[in-house]
Write a protein that binds this ligand. Structure first.
Ligand code: NAD
Ligand code: MG
Length: 373
């Protein structure tokens, strides 16, 4: 089924996948210590042009030298661009700082942009690469679990607008993704759990066997067992890469990746962005979507219990804030996916497969009663 993502394992226990998008295809390398391979990044950057590394004030002290030194040793000019850390800086001002630095350093169309950081840096750098001189190559070096399993794959790039998240952007694929799992050693626990939400999502919605595997290995994942994390990242990338290969610009299938997100976005917006991490809201949103699936007779009670238990074991919240049902519905109605008013829910039928459907108001009310406090 997942024929588009081809996985191979080489002798350094580096897992390589390929995202199959015709002439925009690209490799994903996953492994512990990939940034210690001083020639790996160089091999993924063509020619001899400059390299602009976009990162932030948290990640730069941890990993910037490690990435920049081998490039400089290979004779390349490296331009570090260090942005402020935070979702609130995923905006025009930061994007302009990137353009200012690129122009001040005479970066031309042969310059490669490298995104070194989490999803915020990846999305902004990708958008900068899509638009600087009408498009320059870029490489993703994701350093959060969320970025390694989700945002670095698929080519959605962009920034926030004061009136909405991710409202300005472009589809633009990287030349390569290099996910060094050793970078996760420095990640705060809460951020690790947030990334696990998207891992669970991939299993719940598209791969029952992977869901079983996550259940069996959740303690190892929370304890940052390297082999378990590498497998979870690789399988997540394969699943997402396969969906993206079949529906690059979200014409249909790609919407299933929004499982848990209709409820999750309402939590994020209802509490004010930043109160809960995105992955926390998605984790709780998946429990709510499972509950609603049960009420529509798409899954049984045991499946709902499994989703709730796994989300909880990942260190994520399973009880949602009580925003009031009218407010809940108002927030879910503004979600981007809705066409013509009725809320489209991504539900489970059965666990491991998606079903996209509307829900009667009384069942939705019942889910909100059960899942909020
Ligand atoms: P983030 O980029 O804000 O990173 C979370 C925090 O971890 C930040 O403070 C960051 O500086 C820090 N950090 C990063 N790497 C670290 C490391 N190795 N050690 C210690 N600290 C580290 O958040 P995120 O969860 O990675 O990404 C969220 C963003 O991704 C959102 O803006 C969201 O819209 C976007 N996103 C995009 C897609 C997509 O398809 N493009 C998909 C999902 C999410
Ligand atoms: Mg998400």
């Amino acid at each position: 089924e997942l024929a588009n993502a081809k996985t191979t394992m080489n002798e350094q226990a580096c897992i390589s996948l390929n995202v199959e998008l015709g002439d925009r295809s690209y490799p994903i390398a996953i492994g512990r210590g990939l940034l210690d391979d001083t020639s790996l990044l160089n091999r993924h950057i063509g020619g001899s042009g400059k390299v602009a590394i976009v990162t932030n004030t948290t990640v730069a002290p941890l990993y910037l030298d490690k990435v920049a030194a081998p490039l400089r040793a290979a004779g390349r000019e490296v331009v570090p661009i260090i942005l402020r850390d935070g979702e609130e800086f995923k905006n025009w001002e930061s994007l302009n700082e990137v353009f200012d630095a690129l122009l001040a350093n005479k970066c031309d169309r042969k310059t490669t942009l490298v995104a070194l950081g989490g999803g915020v840096i990846g999305d902004m750098t990708g958008f900068a690469a899509a638009t600087y001189m009408r498009g320059v190559p870029f490489v993703q070096i994701p350093t959060t679990l969320l970025a390694q399993v989700d945002s670095s794959v698929g080519g959605k790039t962009g920034i926030n607008h004061p009136l909405g998240k991710n409202m300005i952007g472009a589809f633009y694929q990287p030349r390569a993704v290099i996910a060094d799992t050793a970078t996760l050693d420095t990640l705060p626990d809460r951020e690790l759990s947030a990334g696990l939400a998207e891992v669970i999502k991939h299993g719940a919605i598209l791969d029952a066997g992977f869901f079983d595997w996550i259940e069996a290995n959740i303690e190892k994942l929370v304890a940052r067992d390297h082999a378990a994390l590498a497998h979870a990242i690789a399988r997540s990338c394969e699943i997402k890469a396969d969906v993206v290969a079949r529906d690059e610009r979200e014409g249909g299938l790609r919407a299933v990746l929004n499982f848990g997100h209709t409820f999750g976005h309402a939590i994020e917006a209802g509490l004010g962005y930043g109160a809960w991490l995105h992955g926390e809201a998605v984790g709780c949103g998946m429990v709510m979507a499972a509950d609603l699936s049960r009420r529509l007779n798409l899954i049984d009670d045991a499946a709902v219990d499994r989703v709730r238990a796994l989300v909880k074991a990942a260190g994520l919240p399973v009880v949602a804030p009580d925003l009031g049902n009218e407010r809940w519905i108002e927030l879910m109605e503004v979600d981007k996916k809705n066409e013509g008013g009725a809320i489209k829910f991504i539900l489970l039928k059965p666990l491991g497969s998606p079903s996209i459907t509307n829900a009667p108001r009384e069942l939705l009310d019942a889910t909100l009663e059960t899942c909020t406090k």
